[in-house]
Write a protein that binds this ligand. Structure first.
Ligand code: SF4
Length: 295
């Protein structure tokens, strides 16, 4: 019989950096629209995968000179090339062993769902019967990663692993393979330094208002994220921090992390590396020069 260790070893050889397994009952209490058990009611386990964002993908943004590596290799390339490739391999391996497996990548168009709320968009889809949620069920991958024991959600609402801190993207596979689950992560990575709040140029993370969620008996709490402000930081011509646009534009600027994840990823990563709170560290510190502002 296929063991959890064999699946993890296979997944890492296939290209995943982190692998954890949660039983489906850790999703007990999830809102119906976000409960993965409605996708595969007979599933016994979810395999959650983490794919590292190379630190070097953030280098050009730190220097204010090159955003393409993060947008391409650190974002779209992981979500749309690496994840599907690895997910297909693991899925096929599980199905060759006689177990059904549902591969789910990050950032695919959950277009019938408002991603800010997890609720269906009015008039976009409807449940096929009163006892089921409307398609598509929206999986909160950060919570899935917590359930699989891969780490925690930091104050900035970004998933933090003890290996990479905020530097990974997540995906999952739901299967009826009877795999041994991992325990929940017991450590503490986020120390509430609040640098994610302070360094976010869009003021998108509240310092006082928080969101609390219980996952398998473990209480999670993060700063309330103002998604509209986050979007502004992502694509608006902030005169001090966005070098790409010079005028406000009603046109969506796709795929460019114009704010460069200044607070929620870069400030957090620098802090966790400096404080020795994550294991994947480097010979040289990331920040060597004063953070730039457009002059
Ligand atoms: S920047 Fe500090 S407060 Fe924010 S998530 Fe990282 S460790 Fe936690």
């Amino acid at each position: 019989m296929l063991t959890a260790e064999e699946v993890k070893e296979y997944a890492k050889k296939a290209g995943a950096d982190l692998v954890g397994i949660t039983p489906m009952d850790r999703f007990e209490g999830a809102p119906k629209q976000m409960d993965p058990r409605y996708i595969f009611p007979d599933a016994t386990a979810m395999i959650v995968l983490g794919f590292r964002i190379p630190r070097g993908c953030l280098r050009g943004i730190e220097e204010g000179t090159f955003y393409v590596s993060y947008c391409g290799m650190g974002y779209a390339g992981i979500n749309f090339v690496l994840q599907p490739t690895v997910l297909w391999k693991i899925t096929n391996m599980l199905e060759d062993e006689g177990y059904e497996a549902v591969p789910i990548q990050n950032n695919f168009p959950w277009c019938h769902i408002q991603t800010q709320t997890g609720e269906p968009r009015p008039n976009w889809s409807r449940p096929v019967s009163p006892d089921r949620p409307a398609p598509d069920v929206f999986i909160h991958l950060r919570i899935a990663a917590v359930a699989a024991g891969l780490g925690e959600i930091g104050y900035g609402k970004v998933f933090l692993s003890p290996e990479f801190g905020p530097r990974q993207r997540l995906a999952c596979i739901i299967t009826d393979a009877p795999l041994e689950p991992d325990p929940l992560f017991e450590g503490e990575i986020c120390d509430r330094c609040m640098l994610c709040v302070r360094d976010c140029t869009a003021d998108a993370i509240s310092e006082t208002e928080t969101v609390k969620v219980n996952v398998a008996g473990k209480e999670l709490e993060w700063g309330k994220l103002d998604v509209a402000r986050c979007k502004v930081g992502f694509q608006w011509p902030d005169p001090e921090h966005n070098p790409f646009l010079t005028e406000p534009s009603p046109v969506y600027v796709y795929g460019r992390a114009l704010e460069g994840a200044r607070g929620c990823i870069r400030a957090c990563m620098i802090h966790l590396e400096e404080e020795g709170r994550i294991t994947k560290t480097f010979k040289n510190p990331f920040r060597k020069r004063k953070p730039w502002r457009i002059q």
